[in-house]
Design a protein around this ligand. Structure first.
Ligand code: NAD
Ligand code: TYD
Length: 359
């Protein structure tokens, strides 16, 4: 029996009629893409949604199980780098929302090639298909990491220069640049969202929040890079999905929109302590390991432009983390199979060469 359909979200219900009617959602089996699809399809009279996803290690059909039987939903397994597949599907849509990407900074340090392929070349394939078919909208899901490190107390605005410092963020800038070029040269109605660090249910357990939660639930150490004082703006996934819907419905083509929680950014040690508090595990689980090469110390966003569209994050960090820990506690059958063979291969490669900085 499929899991119950998600509860309708009032914001999505309000925005759904203003969206293009036939969406091609690439990377929709991942963390944020699946939240967007689940939420959109729970709205009354939603658009037709076709998900195109390669199902890499991060893509998971279980993320879309709650909508698998929805009459306006279709899943296609495929690669955004394959021109024929993309062109055919784009011909049946009037809009592309591109979530598909390689997304983990640590993996980009170990193996950057796949990031260039999907995040840059794949984005170009999608843009070219949107151009050929005269799409009404093209939304590129980008990241606040394109701005690079930003010193306190400044916040990045959409007009700031892009200064990526990791292979991941450089590949996202490469994808964005193709978007801007297609907007300027061919008039493709491109919108870009630059979201901050996102957390919530159904996140593959390699980024800090789901890794620390699942490690803590299993009484494993929480590896903190360096001093643990690098800060991020943590945004709940439902707020991120709503922000994307706002920009898709109301954004002005040719513009980027920052999507961040907007509170004071939070450091890694605070994330670890929050997880330990919520799981009832001891502080001794915190283990400092050698820092990430090129570690960006701080991201912080000015979100006035997205807020002017009527988007406002609804979930505070404390409440969002409590709900997220509860979700992982209740959904072991979702994450336990993931934390097996291939996951531990990556874990060994990423964490073993990092000598323990201090206990
Ligand atoms: P994810 O890693 O959970 O999912 C990525 C999805 O893309 C997976 O389903 C994967 O199978 C699919 N995919 C990868 N390569 C593909 C290809 N060549 N063809 C088709 N599908 C492919 O990622 P996420 O965290 O959901 O991020 C989604 C988007 O949001 C990404 O573009 C990412 O850069 C951006 N973003 C993420 C965050 C975050 O904190 N997670 C923050 C800001 C922006
Ligand atoms: P991450 O979740 O990988 O997101 P990003 O690097 O894309 O912002 O990392 C968030 C922060 O947490 C970042 O400062 C690095 C830190 N971090 C750790 O301290 N330990 C870990 O095991 C991971 C994955 C991240």
């Amino acid at each position: 029996m499929p899991p119950p359909a998600p509860t309708p979200d009032p914001t999505m219900a309000q925005l759904a009629p203003a969206l293009p009617r036939r969406l091609l959602v690439t990377g929709g089996a991942g963390f944020i893409g699946s939240a967007f699809v689940r939420s959109l399809l729970a709205a009354p009279d939603p658009p037709q949604v076709t998900v195109l996803d390669k199902l890499t290690y991060a893509g998971n059909p279980a993320n879309l199980a709650p909508v698998a039987e929805h009459p306006r939903y279709r899943f296609v397994r495929g690669d955004i780098c394959e021109v024929a597949v993309v062109t055919a599907l784009a011909g049946e849509a009037d809009c592309i929302v591109n979530f598909a990407a390689e997304t983990h900074v640590d993996r980009s340090i170990l193996e950057p090639g796949g990031f260039i392929q999907t995040d840059v070349f794949g984005t170009w394939v999608l843009l070219e298909a949107a151009r050929q078919h005269g799409h009404r909208r093209f939304l590129q899901v980008s990241t606040d990491e394109v701005y690079g490190d930003i010193a306190a107390p400044a916040r990045s605005t959409e007009d700031d220069p892009l200064r990526p410092r990791s292979p991941y963020s450089a590949s996202k800038v490469g994808g964005e640049m193709q978007c801007w070029a297609y907007h300027e040269t061919f008039g493709v109605p491109v919108l870009v969202t630059r979201g901050s660090n996102t957390y919530g249910p159904y996140q593959y357990p390699e980024k800090i929040v789901p890794l620390f939660i699942t490690n803590a639930l299993d009484d494993r150490p929480l590896p903190i890079y360096g001093d643990g004082d690098a800060v991020r703006d943590y945004l709940h996934v439902d707020d991120h999905a709503r922000g994307i819907a706002h920009v898709l419905a109301q954004g002005e083509p040719g513009r980027a929109y920052n999507l961040g929680q907007g509170d004071q950014p939070i450091d890694g040690l605070t994330v670890a302590r929050t997880v330990l508090g919520l799981t009832g595990r001891p502080p001794e689980l915190i283990q400092h390991v050698a820092d990430r090469p090129g570690h960006d110390r701080r991201y912080a966003l000015d979100t006035a432009r997205a807020q002017a569209l009527g988007w406002h994050p609804q979930t505070q960090f404390a409440a969002g983390m409590a709900a997220t820990v509860a979700w992982y506690r209740e959904h072991r059958p979702w994450w336990e199979p993931i934390k097996s063979g291939a996951f531990w291969d990556f874990y060994q490669r990423n964490y073993r060469p990092r000598p323990l900085a201090s206990a």
